[in-house]
Design a binder for this molecule. Structure first.
Ligand SMILES: [Zn+2]
Length: 222
C-alpha cells in the first residue's frame, strides 16, 4: 500500500509526488527515484512496473519503501534532459562544488541554475529531510553502468551483479551540484546510480523490466 505523503507542482503545472509504504518501528528506509532527466523514460517505466507488479509484496516488505516515480515530469513531457527552466536537475543541488555550468555527455554543456533554485530540487531536499532514507537508488540511462556516492560501494557492486551492468567508481566526468554529491558525499547516505541501457519504446522498456526484475525483487527482501 503506497501513500502519497509529499507533493508539489512544477513550472508547467505537473505533479511531482513522493509515495511510501507505511513506516514501521525498526524498518530501514529505501528511496527509489526515477526521471531526474526527462529524456530518460526508462527509470519512470521501471518504477511504474515495480509498483504494479509487486503491489502485494510491497506492503509486506521488511523495509519501508519510498518512491519518487518521476522527478522531472516537465522534462519527460517535453522529452528534454532538463526541466522547464532548462536546468539540469542533477547539477542544481547546493553542494560545496556547485558550478554554473558543467559537462553533459549528450549536449556538451549542462546548465545548473543557482544552488537549489529549482522546484524539483527543493522538493527532493524536502523528501530526504522528512523521509531520512537509509539508502537511495537513482535510476538513469543509458550508460549501462552502476556507480555510487557516499558509503555505498558494496551495495553498488551487488546491484551491478544483479543487473549485469558494469560497476564503476564514478561516471567518468565531473558532476558538480549533483544529487549524489549532496545526499551521498555530503550527507553520507548511500546513493547508488543505476544507469540502464536505452529503451526508447514501450516494448523495449518491457524487456528491460523483465531483465532488471531481480534488482527490484532484492529491494523487497530487506
Ligand atoms: Zn540521467
Amino acid at each position: 500500500m503506497l501513500e502519497e505523503v509529499i507533493s508539489d507542482q512544477t513550472v508547467l503545472g505537473e505533479r511531482i509526488s513522493f509515495f511510501r509504504t507505511p513506516l514501521g518501528k525498526g524498518k530501514k528506509r529505501l528511496l527509489l527515484i526515477g526521471g531526474f532527466h526527462g529524456d530518460e523514460p526508462e527509470g519512470v517505466f521501471l518504477l511504474e512496473r515495480f509498483v504494479t507488479c509487486f503491489k502485494e509484496k510491497l506492503s509486506d516488505s521488511p523495509d519501508c519503501i519510498g518512491i519518487v516515480p518521476c522527478l522531472n515530469p516537465d522534462g519527460l513531457k517535453q522529452k528534454t534532459r532538463e526541466n522547464a527552466h532548462k536546468v539540469d536537475l542533477n547539477r542544481n543541488y547546493p553542494t560545496h562544488n556547485f558550478a554554473d555550468k558543467s559537462f553533459n555527455p549528450h549536449t556538451g554543456v549542462a546548465l545548473s541554475g543557482s544552488p537549489g533554485s529549482e522546484i524539483e530540487t527543493r522538493f527532493m531536499m524536502r523528501v530526504i529531510e522528512s523521509f531520512c532514507p537509509d539508502r537511495i537508488l537513482s535510476l538513469h540511462s543509458d550508460l549501462k553502468v552502476v556507480d555510487y556516492d557516499g558509503p555505498a560501494e558494496d551495495w553498488a557492486r551487488e546491484i551491478a551483479a544483479l543487473s549485469g551492468y558494469r560497476f564503476v567508481q564514478n561516471v567518468g566526468y565531473e558532476t558538480p551540484g549533483s544529487f549524489g554529491t549532496w545526499a551521498g558525499v555530503e550527507r553520507k547516505i548511500p546513493v547508488v546510480t543505476l544507469e540502464t541501457e536505452s529503451a526508447p519504446d514501450l516494448a523495449k522498456q518491457e524487456v528491460l523490466w523483465q531483465r532488471l526484475k531481480p534488482v527490484f525483487l532484492s529491494f523487497l527482501k530487506g
